[in-house]
Design a protein around this ligand. Structure first.
Ligand SMILES: [Cu+2]
Length: 474
């Protein structure tokens, strides 16, 4: 089966379907406004497939994307969800697809009438043009399992069009079995059926001896706002977090700060510090202070917690009090040793009645998803059901609404790696952290240096050019 599958995959160029969000206004301006007000995010005005909203919108019928196909042939399609805040059911009317890969990993072939794909995920599917000659809609339609009715209800379409002599319909066939927009059962069923090939050619390498265990509680949160003037509940600022820690973007990116910390020569490093302090003092008329050294070298804290400070009934409908909603902002990272074997249990919550699935994405790695389930993770019984035989190897995994998911990976890629919810609004509100994976002691196991075009170790790059006190002084 495996070699046949590979032969099929190699035969085709890959038509790609990128589902995305579309806004009438400048999306960056909308985001800036949302963050300054502290309230909810704007909804998109449309979804698109390959840049076109499709026939269900009154603006793009002439330019709706069409995939021309020949009867009897099998096509490999690559589906990408690049939407900002929206999961999709993706389907082709009257055609099943066979999912064979995702996130650049092979899967056991899975025949299905629909896929559920979250922001950040990619999936590779085979589809055979075996229906009567005609035109069939391809749809990307929202899957939304949140409590509030605050999602873009529209559906993007493309067309799967057979070549040949036939009378083209005035309207292509539409999928008649689209799951309900909030059907958590079918969405979860699809995700839970994905398996690695686990073949001799493509074996799995699941870490079995875990050295680092983390239990991360995924929450929506609130932060106090001066004079209760924000647009969130009761004048608070809407935030989000992992283990009640809301990630704050540092003034200098963590990778650069970390690299300078370990690689800059001492002379160069102290030259930077001294120059910075001199210039700062000059700019502000301040006296030299050793506390500046600590602040300037402290762009992040290596104290991201492995577990929440407080355990509570994470999926309760009564999680509205400040002791569970208010989070603790900061730039905290988790430091791993080279080749640590890491297990993370992500626990979904219903804090502020905001339970929904969260597509968690890790940079720099693929991980094995060894378990998923509903409710609160039980650390005695649930691990007994882990799939260590053929778990999917992914880089993005939807954490089920009011449920949990467990991933494992080996920290064999040294560097600084972001991990975040792939709903942009949640990421903007702080639902993320970063891993610093230390080098392994040899050139082959060490983080590479910055590219030649990186700015040198000077004051502006140290402080961040826009926030540089020097520029303000000028
Ligand atoms: Cu999220």
């Amino acid at each position: 089966m495996t070699s046949k599958l590979m032969a099929v995959l190699k035969k085709f160029t890959v038509p790609t379907f990128v589902a995305a969000s579309w806004y009438k206004h400048d999306v960056m301006e909308l985001m800036r406004e949302t963050l300054s007000r502290g309230g909810t995010a704007n909804l998109s005005d449309a979804f698109t497939i390959n840049g076109q909203p499709g026939d269900l919108y009154p603006c793009s019928k002439e330019t709706t994307y069409r995939l021309m196909v020949d009867y009897g042939k099998t096509y490999l399609l690559r589906i990408v969800n690049a939407a900002q805040n929206q999961d999709f059911f993706f389907m082709i009317a009257e055609h099943n697809v066979t999912v064979v890969g995702g996130d650049a990993s092979y899967f056991k072939p899975l025949a299905t009438p629909y896929i559920m794909i979250t922001p950040g995920q990619t999936m590779d599917v085979l589809v055979t043009a075996d229906q009567p000659l005609g035109e069939y809609y391809i749809v990307a339609t929202p899957y939304f399992d949140g409590g509030a009715d605050d999602y873009d209800h529209s559906t993007a379409t493309a067309i799967f069009e057979y070549r040949g002599n036939y009378t083209h319909p005035s309207t292509p066939s539409f999928p008649y079995h689209i799951p309900a927009y909030n059907d958590t059962v079918v969405a979860s069923l699809f995700t839970s059926q994905i398996r690695s090939l686990a073949s001799p050619e493509h074996p799995v390498d699941v870490p079995l001896d875990v050295t680092t265990r983390m239990y991360l509680v995924v929450t929506m949160n609130l932060l106090p706002c001066p004079n209760d003037s924000c647009a969130g509940p009761d004048g608070y600022r809407i935030a989000a977090g992992l283990n009640n820690k809301t990630f704050e973007n540092p003034g200098v990116d963590i990778l650069r700060a970390y690299y300078w910390y370990i690689f800059c020569s001492y002379i160069e490093f102290f030259f930077c510090i001294c120059t910075s302090l001199y210039e700062l003092a000059f700019a502000n008329g301040l006296s030299f202070s050793f506390s500046c050294i600590r602040n300037m070298s402290g762009f992040y804290d290596p104290n991201f917690p492995d577990q929440p400070l407080h355990y509570f009934n994470f999926t309760s409908d009564d999680l509205l009090s400040n002791n569970v909603t208010i989070s603790d902002p900061g730039t905290r990272v988790k430091v791993l040793n080279y080749n640590d074997t890491v297990e993370i249990v992500f626990q979904g919550t219903n804090v502020m009645n905001s339970a929904e699935n969260h597509p968690i994405h890790l940079h720099g790695y693929k991980f094995y998803v060894v378990g998923r389930g509903q409710g609160i993770f039980n650390n005695e019984t649930d691990p007994k059901n882990y799939n260590l035989y053929d778990p999917p190897e992914l880089n993005t995994i939807p954490i089920p609404k009011d449920g949990w998911a467990t991933i494992r990976f080996k920290a064999s890629n040294p560097g600084v790696w972001f991990m975040h919810c792939h709903f942009d609004r949640h990421m903007s509100w702080g639902m993320e952290t970063a891993f610093i994976v230390k080098s392994g002691g040899t050139p082959e196991t060490s983080m590479k240096g910055p590219p030649a075009y990186m700015p040198p170790c000077d004051l502006e790059s140290f402080l961040g050019s826009k926030d540089s006190m020097l520029l303000k002084r000028g």
